[in-house]
Write a protein that binds this ligand. Sequence first.
Ligand code: HEM
Length: 407
Amino acid sequence: EIHQNDEKHASNQNHENTNSHLFTASFTNNPYPVYEKLRKDEPVFKVMFPHGEFGWIISRYEDAVQVLKDSRFSKDMVKRYGADRQSIFSSTMLFSDPPDHRRLRGLVQKAFTPQLVAGMRSHIQDIASDLLDNLPSQETMNLIDDYAFPLPIIVISEILGVPLEDRDKFRMWSNTFIEASTMKNTVLLQQHVQEFTEYLTAWFAKVRKDPGQDLISQLVIAEESGDQLSEKELLGVVSLLIIAGHETTVNLIGNGILALLEHPEQRDLLIKRPELIHQAIEEMLRYNGPVEFSTSRWASEDIEFRGQHIAKGDLVIVALDSANRDEEQFKDPDVFDITREKSSHLAFGKGIHLCLGAPLARLEGEIAVSTLLHRFPNMRLQADVDTLEWRPGMVVRGVKEIPVQLI
Ligand code: HEM
């Protein structure tokens, strides 16, 4: 019995040890060694989140797919926490279950189909070329601020019909929401939620008087025509699209180019064989996916999962970037290889909440990377990789600034 207690003690210590390595600065910079340990030792890991609540992290590929497809893991956070803990995103597709999920997703799905998005190719190409023509300098740039960030913002602002001049405000508000889990200052968070809500509410009023062809106009018309969409849901879906448009594709482009700069032989291969761009984008999504963890789900009943008892009400999140490096699923998972065949990564999630913007993000990524490489084939990193600063927070995986020498 003493021996058993020792073992239990050792395993508890091991658990505490791993827990203390999660969500630290060094984890943010390079989470992959911690993920490898999780997949090996505790693939269903009970964790204390930075916001002080317990939950489970799922780190293996196969388990990740299972959780993302299992309807017993609910996304309805109002049901979980009650109506008084609502956020701006509570009434969105991302935090609802069927049948609401189907209705809310259905209202915007048509705007993001692969066919419709494919029709935007030449326009997105023009935006990318313009950004490069008008760089502050043709010798150096900050890849994030000068290129990776503006491109998806211009595109989503045009789709929604919101004024591009306000993009600095949108960026500030989005950053606050995304980094909310690491923020001590909730006053700022509340202030930004209020400003953002007021801004959009005023914008909807303007659109109602004079609707155009854009997506917000279509949604406003849907809201007015009956019971398809409430005002709160309208606010939710537009916020979700603005934030998804700001925080994700920028990091596909940033992390993707960074991977090419770190692996010059892969960069040279892509320059020699530009038709590899589709596979290259999939590999960038797998190798350093922009969305590190899925959003939370919670167990709507007691669930036995890989030997662990997940109690009704427990939060569960999927470590997408860990699943994408699972050695059981991918050969040599830590190798960045743009010729990798059929990738089946989970960077866009899986199941009914599979990313709505995936076709758009893929197209933007392809155009951004190809155009930059074509224009500046000799570009290189202007800083030591180890000095790059990764953004804090649990959702987004991306670098704050990437200084690049262009010629
Ligand atoms: C959902 C990733 C770009 C809109 C998701 C999810 C992931 C994801 C992982 C599922 C989250 C979960 O199940 O908890 C990404 C990545 C992107 C990207 C890696 C860029 C490379 C975009 C863009 C848009 C967008 C550009 C909008 C224009 C959405 C929406 C959902 C979603 C609306 C919710 C879908 C639902 O709940 O049914 N995304 N996303 N995403 N994404 Fe994206």
